[in-house]
Design a protein around this ligand. Structure first.
Ligand code: GDP
Length: 434
């Protein structure tokens, strides 16, 4: 339990018998309610401002677990004047007190919500301030450019001013290139956060569920989500090092009159339409023809024709070559023996990566729409500055306004100026207690 704020020590010491006298000291102490009843023996940690997570006086009480002990200790704290934190309030206070910038605060949320190792690694890097440093460096370069222009403005009458105009052009070009580089990481950032949707599709009994389970077994996947029924779709996450693969087993794609089944088919269609890759499963000439018809241009991403059950396949299965040729990519697997599974997984990963560009989880990347928006805007303003500067259509001080806008956008992104509105957006998604 974490208590932070100006009255944290006073409130905690009302229920902790041996409240620590020194900051960052832990003691084991009885904890009592208002009537003097012992609720627990807890480890209690004291933090003096500003050396705490939020930058305020704080106390952490490590109670025994279970349901009753934490609840009664919490009730005792509330009885003495504490209140429950609002979603993300601790991190919000840390930002307001200058302990974290907004990008790091977002990373805290991303870390807590990480559903894959890749997302975890990116969030930890961002918590370290990797992205913040990159954005700050860009801002500093722009301020440098602004200074060059200010210098130029101060000496307008000189024919050959103290700053060669080419120097300003070159500096602006370099900053634009850096902004573009950063913007290019947004696609990978989204992939790391959201994962790539990989959908298994095919006629009933073609072996989709078996393949789904075999792929999960092969990759030691974490099954994170099992919504709906067997008629719906089942989703699991394969935790690859560079980004999560969200594997979805759909209900068989078929023309169903049964309303419940039709729901299943419609869900499949919506998954297929959004998929980063579709595994079109077949085990006979008929099922290959069926999946070809059922997909019928529905997939927007790449489709891999996956022949299933190859352990049992006899030479009798000979689909028309022109039908097979309609699929650009092919795989052959057996869920029974495991043959072809790791090749298929590698193929899927490289296909998705190919579409999104290389994913370097250790480099700073833009992980939120907010980041993408800010960098896009900064780049846009910089371009307008470049254009105005190159054509000399407007006086230099007017051109420089675009530069100021671009700098302001980067400052908003990192939260070094007026932050309230940005904070509301960031903390909307937080859970209580962080
Ligand atoms: P779905 O309806 O497409 O999900 O198909 P299932 O995964 O339920 O499989 C249908 C049938 O094919 C089951 O009887 C499975 O045991 C069998 N099957 C699935 N994969 C394989 C495989 O790799 N080899 C063999 N021999 N049989 C398989």
């Amino acid at each position: 339990m974490r208590l932070a704020g100006p009255r944290a020590h006073e409130i905690a010491s009302a229920i902790v018998e041996r409240f620590p006298a020194e900051t960052r000291h832990a003691v084991l102490s009885p904890v009592l309610d208002a009537s003097g009843t012992e609720l627990d023996h807890s480890v209690v940690l004291r933090y003096n401002a500003p050396a705490s997570f939020t930058g305020e006086d704080a106390v952490e009480i490590i109670t025994h677990g279970g349901l009753v002990v934490p609840t009664t200790v919490l009730a005792a704290l509330i009885a003495h004047g504490a209140r429950l934190a609002r979603p993300g309030e601790f991190t919000r206070r840390a930002v307001l007190n200058g302990k974290l910038d907004i990008l790091q605060a977002e990373a805290t949320g991303d870390l807590v919500n990480a559903s894959s190792r890749a997302a975890q690694r990116v969030a930890v890097r961002q918590l370290d301030g990797g992205l913040s440093r990159r954005v700050l460096a860009l801002r500093d370069e722009m301020i440098g450019l602004e200074a060059l222009i200010a210098y130029d403005i101060d000496f307008p009458e000189e024919d050959d001013g103290p700053i060669a105009p080419r120097r300003i052009t070159e500096a602006a070009d370099r900053i634009a290139a850096l902004l573009e580089q950063l913007l290019a990481t947004a696609t990978a950032g989204q992939l790391v956060r959201e994962g790539a949707l990989v959908v298994l599709a095919g006629a009933p009994n073609v072996g989709k569920s078996s393949l789904f389970n075999a792929l999960l077994g092969e990759s030691r996947a974490i099954v994170t989500d099992i919504p709906g029924t067997t008629r719906d779709a089942i989703e699991a996450v394969i935790d690859t090092p560079s980004f999560p693969l969200r594997l979805v087993d759909t209900a068989g794609l078929r023309d169903a009159n049964d309303p419940v089944e039709r729901i299943g088919v419609e869900i499949s269609a919506s998954y297929v339409g959004r998929a980063a890759a579709v595994l079109a499963c077949w085990d006979s000439a008929e099922t290959l023809a069926a999946i070809d018809v059922a997909l019928g241009g529905m997939a927007s991403g790449p489709v891999i024709a996956v022949q299933t059950k190859i352990d049992a396949a006899r030479s009798a299965i000979a689909p028309r070559p022109e039908l097979l040729a309609k699929f650009e990519r092919h795989a052959a697997v057996s869920a029974e023996t495991g043959e072809g599974l790791s090749t298929l997984l590698n193929d899927v990963t490289s296909i998705v990566t190919g579409e999104a560009g290389p994913v370097e989880v250790d480099a700073p990347m833009l992980t939120q729409e907010r980041h993408r928006f800010a960098i896009t805007r900064a780049l846009d303003e910089l371009r307008q500055f470049q254009e105005a500067w190159a054509t000399r259509r407007v006086p230099a001080p007017v051109a420089a306004v675009h530069l100021r806008e671009a700098i302001g956008t980067l400052e908003d992104l990192i939260g070094s100026v007026d932050v309230e509105q940005v904070l509301d957006e960031v903390f909307r998604r937080f859970c209580v207690g962080k």
